[in-house]
Design a binder for this molecule. Sequence first.
Ligand code: MG
Length: 383
Amino acid sequence: MKKRVIILGSTGSIGKSALDVLDGLRDEWQVVGLAAGSRGRELAVQANLYRPEAVALANPQANTTLRENLSYRPEVYVGPDALRQMVDEVAFDCAVCGVVGAGGLAATLRAVELGRRVALANKEALVIAGSLLMPLARKTGATIIPVDSEHSAIFQAMQAGKPDEVRQIYLTASGGPFRTWTTEQMEGITVDEALNHPTWKMGPKVTIDSATMMNKALEIVEARWLFDLRPDQIGVIIHPESIVHSLVEFCDGSFLAQLGTPDMRTPIQYALTYPVRRPCPAPRLDVFATRQLTFDPPDVDRFPALRLGRKVAERGGTCGAVFNAANEAAVELFRSGTLAFCDIARHTERVLSDHDMIESPTLEQLLQADRWARDEVNRCTAC
Ligand code: MG
């Protein structure tokens, strides 16, 4: 019997790469559910090809387009709760969670609640609700395997030792397109410049987060929950070549790293096939063409997001939800031309410092903190 996989966010960058990986694993896996946000036509095209039992669409406005373009009759879930509903009602072995932002949380939580394997690319789910997701996974037996390339690298390197033998981890960062820009130059950054990432091809939200280094800040918080580490055990190093995807230092002084071409299909496939390895469609790394690998400390003055990420990882509670939501709202305003590039971190920091933290929040309190932070960013930029 083939294993059954559902893909949340199938029309996005991670979703498309996941389908590409699954093309090579057809002997073992079967796509049984596809879910998207608002790209109804694209979802229909994918569904017609993979013939899943069910499709889900978060935005009801795209419902007509979806149905008009479907050439068969799968179960269709539509609306803000559609992804969670599909997770709930379709039998599956693994869910690939490639939804961007807070929108993926409810479906991810449900998949963990059901005790399944979760290939998690949606870092925001952990940033917001790591304090709920990780204990829940331990209780239900769900296996959360990171798809984020750095965390996949750490996860792979950690197979070489025991968790309590880890001294420190280092998340590598390309540094984004503004790695060498001065503070003055950075004030005038345009949306097009921020959307132009030097090494990774990703969706627009992650690309802008990479440019501000918010992405790395979110990844610090993500790592804290995934690997149960103290924040001071999580370092960041700038590695512009994006060949070393992260490093683990063990207590005996040995470092283990995972290297490869910067291609998300490698971590996506590993999350599906773990603990087994299979040939992957990602291009092979030419070690002889790799003339040098450089590692530099990050500049937290030019990229204040990193300082914020560390603070959020230390404080925990509702801070992750506020941090993520404020950043999401600020990125939206930057993309629409309302906020300057450097204001993204400024507003996120301000909202964080105005926030009254709850130490052990419930899901409702986390969602409330999320809404409050978004309102706060929008309110203050309007005045
Ligand atoms: Mg990453």
